[in-house]
Design a protein around this ligand. Structure first.
Ligand SMILES: *Cc1c(COP(=O)(O)O)cnc(C)c1O
Length: 243
């Protein structure tokens, strides 16, 4: 058994435990394999094990892997999808829409408008998530949920017809007590409920939350998508462009 197979089995067992504990079915939780910093060969290995949904955090980095992945795409039994989960600058919107099947880190009106324009140009309807900032750490990306920017974006989305808003994403603060992590996940669910009621034209169904260190808590708190990197692929070192 390869290391990746072993990690995947261990991860699936832990997901099963969390689902059972929460009285949820495994099929309610989508597993995104976060492949940032890993080469295209790792994505290919994962795809061979049935992992077909990947998360990447940089446009440039994924641009380097995309050609190899295109070949893999043709051979794969089920379609491979790759979403951007890292911060995106508006000036890279077109390139991002060309490369990715979805953008899970939309955090401003300006970016949403640029993505809409790019998706229109490319004849796509682009799945997006709104990234919500629920921790007070200065460095965390995302929309403050009670900000004017968030309200404006939610108002604007129905008219951005080339975007397909699916839900919300958040990153919980790292290295905090478990009840704080839990509160963060619960808060994302509460914002979804609130916004679903206030903006009934938006189908905000996805709750993307939980990473290697906290996915079990996220599942218990209602995650419909977890984003797992190191627990699958091992510790990351900085990505270097293959020669
Ligand atoms: C890197 C990353 C992950 C995965 O983190 P791990 O701790 O390696 O599982 C999940 N979400 C985002 C937004 C990331 O950047």
């Amino acid at each position: 058994m390869t290391q990746l197979q072993e990690n995947l089995e261990r991860l699936e067992a832990a997901i099963a435990v969390a689902c059972r504990k929460a009285g949820r079915s495994r099929s309610e939780v989508e597993l995104m394999a976060v492949s940032k910093t890993y080469p295209a060969t790792t994505l290919a290995e994962a795809a061979a094990l049935g992992l077909t949904f990947f998360g990447e955090n940089r446009v440039q980095e994924f641009a380097g892997k995309a050609p190899e992945l295109a070949a893999l795409h043709e051979r794969a039994a089920s379609p491979i999808r790759v979403h951007l989960i890292g911060h995106l600058q508006s000036n890279k919107a077109l390139r991002a829409v060309e490369l990715f099947d979805g953008i899970d880190s939309v955090d401003s009106v300006r970016l949403a408008e640029r993505l809409n324009e790019a998706a229109g140009k490319l004849g796509k309807r682009l799945p997006i998530l709104l990234e919500v900032k629920l921790s007070t750490e200065e460095t965390k990306a995302g929309l403050a949920p009670d900000s004017a920017e968030a309200a404006q974006l939610l108002e604007r989305l129905p008219s951005l017809i080339h975007l397909d808003p699916r839900g919300l994403m958040t990153i919980a603060p790292l290295g905090v007590p478990e009840d704080e992590t839990r509160a963060c996940f619960r808060s994302l669910g509460a914002w979804r409920e609130r916004w679903a009621a206030a903006y009934p034209h938006l189908a905000l169904e996805v709750l993307s939350m939980g990473m290697s260190g906290d996915f079990a808590l996220a599942i218990e708190e209602g995650a419909t998508r977890i984003r797992v990197g190191t627990a699958l692929f091992g510790k990351r070192s900085p990505y270097t462009v293959p020669a």
